[in-house]
Design a protein around this ligand. Sequence first.
Ligand code: MN
Length: 522
Amino acid sequence: MKNNRITIFDTTLRDGEQCPGASMNLREKLEVARQLARLQVDVIEAGFPVISDGDFAAVQAIAREIKGPVICGLARCVPRDIDAAGQAIKPAGKRGRIHIFLATSKIHREFKLNKARDEILRLAVEGVKHAKGLVDNVEFSPEDASRTEPDFLLQVCKAVVAAGATTVNIPDTVGWAVPDQYGALIGRLYDSVPEFQSGRSVISVHCHNDLGLAVANSLAAIRAGARQVECTINGIGERAGNAALEEIVMALQTRADFFGAFDCGLDTREIVKTSRLVSRMSGLIVQRSKAIVGENAFAHSSGIHQDGILKKRETYEIMDPQTIGWGRTELPLTKHSGRAAVAARLKHLGFKMNDADVAAIFARFKEIGDKKKFVYDDDLSALVEGQITEVPETWSLDYLHVSSGNRAVPTATVRLQNIADKKPTFVQDAGIGDGPVDAALKAIDRLTHTHGRLLDYSLRAVSQGKDALGEVTVKVEFNDGKAVTGKGASTDVIEASARAYLNAVNRFLAGPDGKGPADGQP
Ligand code: MN
């Protein structure tokens, strides 16, 4: 009998982070990794170490600090990449995994790699053997597997398993697969490789959502013998994204009557919290009607449904929202709450903050507490985010005044403090624009001598009520053509916009780890 344990391989920090506009800094990645550990995923793919110093440092920091899950680094099938991955995951010790990929499909062989089948086979085996010299836990991915000739794919699987690959991933790299066909392919590989049957090597799947089939394909693969799924929180990832972790896990759990009793080993009550954290840290907003984690996923609007739910929940609800982590609201804090209460709530929310961070967050908490009655956990999380996305600040917002109206020329007066100077100085200017936000941003441009082009702007209410915090996320392109994300929160949406824009300016001026312009994935 096949075993029923599904290994959850989370690639939010690698494939998820690769999607446009999602890049996270080191502290944001660490917060996400910490939450993934609380969710109890089995494997965290932390990044692609050879790609940049920033990626290497992130994988290394996660390997060093995150306890519990296996920490995995991605590598192309060349010694330089494999060595970099091996080096980065070293602090995880026996929990380290190297994941190697090499394309096997005809179209990739001929047009991308210009290599024949024999050579691909030889390189794959050499790569796995090289990685095995560094770490025992080695995963191999024949890239574009779903479009690879099945006979050749089987040959590759047998060869890498013989070379020591403990996991063989069959990625649907371009989202081309359909469930029945993909399931049949996985079934054939399972039946043809004795090591897959004995569990000495595990079949993994990695599905993309170009046709909206990533989750369906992953489930078909599990039924056919796959025992690892690669997925991301909220389904973020390249192009249309990856298979959504929360959907796969909840489908298996909710429909155990059909799938059988699979065990993903997760604490599903952490799902909603993880979803929100990833959304915040990546700047990618979850659509309201998204399955499992969308704002409306358990909102019943029709009277008939509401009536049914009240009589018996199961009439219209197939899952208990509490098992996913919905509805666990704590009493909100107020302006009378002290620093200890705020620190305790931060700890309860799972954030790891030092004294300086708590002090900065508490100062902002007091400002907000003066303006709104209740400060909810979501509000507090937004402040944390503001704190940890903070780069060494060059400029900070001291004063903002705007005047606008339907018959007025929108005007903004902005005073900034230059913190980078030895003796902090203030500068002040005013700008006019198409609206108050435009006017404020123009004044900031003038004061900081930058020229940002706003590529994307989004505003969302963090919690409930008319006095809710507004959280603004901006994507700004600066002089050098690099796009930088900035975030800011306030009860005043214009102030939130100015803070978000200034955050982007500071990130641009600081660059990654203070060495040149920030953000952007190669
Ligand atoms: Mn992918």
